[in-house]
Design a protein around this ligand. Structure first.
Ligand code: HEC
Length: 140
């Protein structure tokens, strides 16, 4: 191996180790989230429902919502799914749902799932910011 190839191999091996370590670290990194929207008085019915209807309800609505998480109502969203609450009212930076839609946490948890059959795309930074503001303001 030439010296350059050799150092490149070392660098990639180190990078891979770092990436693997990061993937295993499930603590939330709020620095990866887009900022909360400035809007005051954000509520489920006025601000969040339209976002969830467009991008989530196909899977998280109806009789058998995925992961038993129904995002059609405020109470369903706050209640959470089969793995417990996904929203901590007042604390968006502790709410798994925010990391899922911001594509900021574990890749397996990204929502909507990348390359889903229904072809539903990711939320915009503005939409994530609004969801963040909604939860920070109590998820009412
Ligand atoms: C194409 C279908 C699909 C769409 C669209 C979708 N999800 Fe999901 N979602 C799933 C599936 C499937 C799971 C279960 C994943 C698993 O168990 O690994 C899930 C799980 C979740 C969970 C974890 C629930 C728990 O507690 O177990 C959250 C939070 C979530 N979705 C939020 C959202 C949000 C918010 C949206 C819209 C922005 C969304 N999802 C859009 C299919 C979808």
């Amino acid at each position: 191996m030439k010296p350059l190839t050799f150092s490149l191999a070392i660098v990639s091996a180190l990078a891979l180790t770092a990436l693997t370590a990061a993937a295993q670290d499930k603590t939330f990194d709020a620095g990866k989230l887009p900022p909360a929207a400035d809007k005051k008085g954000v509520t489920f019915d006025t601000d969040i429902k339209p976002i969830f209807e467009k991008s989530c309800a196909k899977c998280h609505g109806g009789e058998k919502p995925k992961s038993r998480l129904s995002l059609e109502t405020q109470s369903g969203a706050v209640k959470g799914g089969k793995n417990g609450p996904d929203i901590v009212p007042g604390k968006a930076d502790k709410s798994p749902l925010v990391y899922a839609v911001a594509h900021a946490g574990d890749e397996d948890d990204f929502m909507p799932p990348p390359k889903n059959k229904a072809n539903i795309g990711p939320l915009t930074k503005e939409q994530v910011g609004l969801i963040r503001a909604w939860i920070d303001q109590g998820a009412k």
